[in-house]
Design a protein around this ligand. Structure first.
Ligand code: CA
Ligand code: CA
Length: 149
């Protein structure tokens, strides 16, 4: 059975995730976004790259946007980092963040899993892209939703 992405998280849970993004972005100049859609028929990493472009996440000064991608029906997840991040760290950099998120998803702890992933991304990026006092919020902290089934 397919469910709407709107039912995946409650309004309060969405707010908690947006708060986590704000908090994580106080650690790093990196810009984190969360995208949730219901279906993903292809490799989630490939799909996350498409979404990254669609959301114009490459348009940050330091090319350090990071997308947390979730297909809610299929329980597929991916993390896609912008050009500058990929130059410094490869995809394995995200593996433990992804593994933790998948564990939480298996226990139906969706909000908790996403929140934790967002906060760990902030922690991990801190070393490479420290927060600067003149930081701008370059990309919206709101969750991006797409119904595609
Ligand atoms: Ca920022
Ligand atoms: Ca932001």
């Amino acid at each position: 059975m397919s469910s709407s992405t709107k039912e995946f998280l409650s309004e309060d849970q969405e707010k908690d995730i947006v708060e986590a993004i704000k908090k994580a972005e106080l650690q790093t100049s990196g810009e984190i976004r969360v995208h949730i859609e219901n279906k993903c028929k292809k490799d989630p990493l490939k799909r996350s790259q498409e979404v990254f472009s669609k959301l114009e996440m490459h348009k940050t000064d330091l090319r350090n946007g990071v997308l947390v991608y979730i297909a809610s029906d299929d329980h597929k997840v991916a993390i896609f980092g912008g050009k500058a991040i990929n130059e410094k760290v490869g995809q394995p950099f995200w593996d433990d963040v992804l593994a933790d998120m998948i564990d939480d998803f298996k226990n139906d702890e969706f909000k908790h899993g996403i929140e934790k992933a967002v906060l760990s991304i902030g922690e991990k990026l801190k070393a490479y892209f420290p927060y600067k006092s003149d930081d701008k919020d370059e990309l919206s902290n709101d969750i991006s939703f797409n119904e595609n089934s």
